[in-house]
Design a protein around this ligand. Sequence first.
Ligand code: NAP
Length: 673
Amino acid sequence: MTAILNSYALDAWFTPSQGLTTIPSAIDGRPVAQTSTQGLDFAAMVAHARAIGGANLRALTFHQRAERLKALAVHLSAHKDELYALSFDTGATKRDHFIDIDGGIGTLYAYASRGRKELPAERFVVEGATEPLSKTGNFIGLHVLTPLQGVAVHINAFNFPCWGMLEKLAPAILAGVPVITKPATATSYVAERVVRLIIQSGILPPGALQFICGGVGDLLSHLTGQDVLSFTGSAATSRALRDHPTVSRNAVRFIAERDSLNAAVLAPDAVPGTPEFDLFIKEVTREMTVKAGQKCTAIRRIIVPRALEADITAALSAQLAKFIPADPRAEDTRMGPLASVAQRQSVQEALAALTREAEIVFGDPAKAHGAYMPPVLLRCAHPLTATAPHEVEAFGPVATLMVYDTLADALALVAKGEGSLVASVYTYDPAYADTLLFGIAAYHGRVLLLDRDCAKDSTGHGSPLPGLIHGGPGRAGGGEEMGGLRGVFHYMQRAALQGSPARLASLTRTWLPGAPAPVTPEHPFRRDYDHLHVGETVLTKPRTITLDDIEHFAHFTGDEFYAHMDEQAAAANPFFPGRVAHGYLLLSFAAGLFVDPAPGPLLANYGLDHLRFLKPVSPGDSIRVRLTVKRKSPARQPEYGEVRWDVELFNQHEETVARYELLTMSARARHAG
Ligand code: NAP
């Protein structure tokens, strides 16, 4: 009996019984599963996400959410084999599973790690510096990001049922926004299994994740300005969603990742025999054949110097001849079928449009059968005036070769794609690299510069990475996903806060200049992490800097730079009145002034941030230090926490001479000696 796929709504599985659609296997067309969403209450799902999922997620800190993402990644890793087994029916080979299944799990790990390292143990983010808004310093501004109080609706394409879902899920959950996710029906059986594993694990709180397996009904009519609609798929569907009356009326945040005619550009220096020529052939071949070319980032336009056309055609044809589409389960299969017969038909329709302006130079589309489609290389004779090769995306193992005579023509050809996810450039010549990179960057979300120096470590043209932007302007949809925390912030609202330093410091649990800085009788280094208070301050006694100090430091360290040693030369320097103290001498004296030396809860100093030397210090000047607890963050280990201190050095005229943030580790109360 064919399996019936369930949706997951209101924290319960929903088994459809009406209007079932049968999903065929890419391998042989046999029914794999059936699904339908008839009977799902979409309004209730949205309300449930907002009321239960959102509240539950917002009750957690970023660090707690990050820990749940990591637990999910560990849990899914333990079930990879069953996901691989299912995934064969989508047409994916073993190497394709690695991108979809392992790539999806890897993205969860990456966001878990970033959430722990780059976000605070809080429920909001303070972004950037404070803005002084008055002369007295009693009125300031700063920016904070808080999670939207709606739901993230994710609609995905068929080609990466696991990765496509998880790369959207991870940033939304980390931000604190519940998710309703919908895979493309054609490969939804893989996504359903991933969601089943997630739900069985119990790692996410109630309401955080709901799953629609089939059509979305009236879901979009229930969205508001607190919601995010993130879509991956075709330009036509993207337009329909963006123009949905509720989406446009309520200014629902809309992220679109769609068709992209990505280019690979070979520069004139990369002639046969150079590593860059070989890299180009390898990369184009790989991009045309991985996932049988059903990759949004695949190379569709191959842009090469006219003089190299014959060599490129011969080399690519020789490589592509090694890829004969076959059963993806067989060990020696290098390229599987497309996702369905319908997908193969759509590729052949696109090919028909392309062949009106380009000719086939390798491959025989007549050899296609079932969902199996052989690689096809086209050549466009007049690419600067043609339109189809720059507009028609054959979402399969198909790409078009086009030649250029000048670099300006190469740039024009790339631009005719009207915005792509990624381009790759192959050259070892710095001038070509400069012209090509800065000529095409504005049309792309990512540009790979591939040459012999980075080839071994390169992640390749087609791999979106959690730390880098995935998205592109224009035709590619104008969206951005991932890009590290940038992807998380899509699910948060940025608000400018205005108020007194005292109020904003207490609300953000961060000491800000102008906020109270009480000097406590006991040195804060004597207090453990849990008993330290943001704002408490040490104000040291002064120390006079002598010429002997400067000379001693210079000889001791070897830093005998003339500004410290030669009165005449120092005075001739526009920054100094004469000989001045070393900045590092001031830092060392500052530590000598504020440190409390006896063993205690303060464990280590692990760095400085934002150090600035603001005014020179001359022999005879004296310095004092104000050391203030700026922010506390619990560390991953329970034994200690991180303390960030604001450190200000000022002279006998109360002028600030240096400022920085000092980072230390302090023992937690139960571990302090
Ligand atoms: P598609 O037909 O546009 O479908 C994409 C998703 O939209 C599917 O989940 C589909 O659900 C859903 N959908 C279709 N009509 C809808 C509607 N009226 N309301 C709500 N949802 C609707 O695209 P596809 O054929 O799956 O994917 C291929 C395309 O995606 C290619 O053009 C490719 O370039 C693009 N793509 C882009 C990226 C990227 O990151 N930029 C990544 C992968 C793919 P059903 O399956 O249930 O119809």
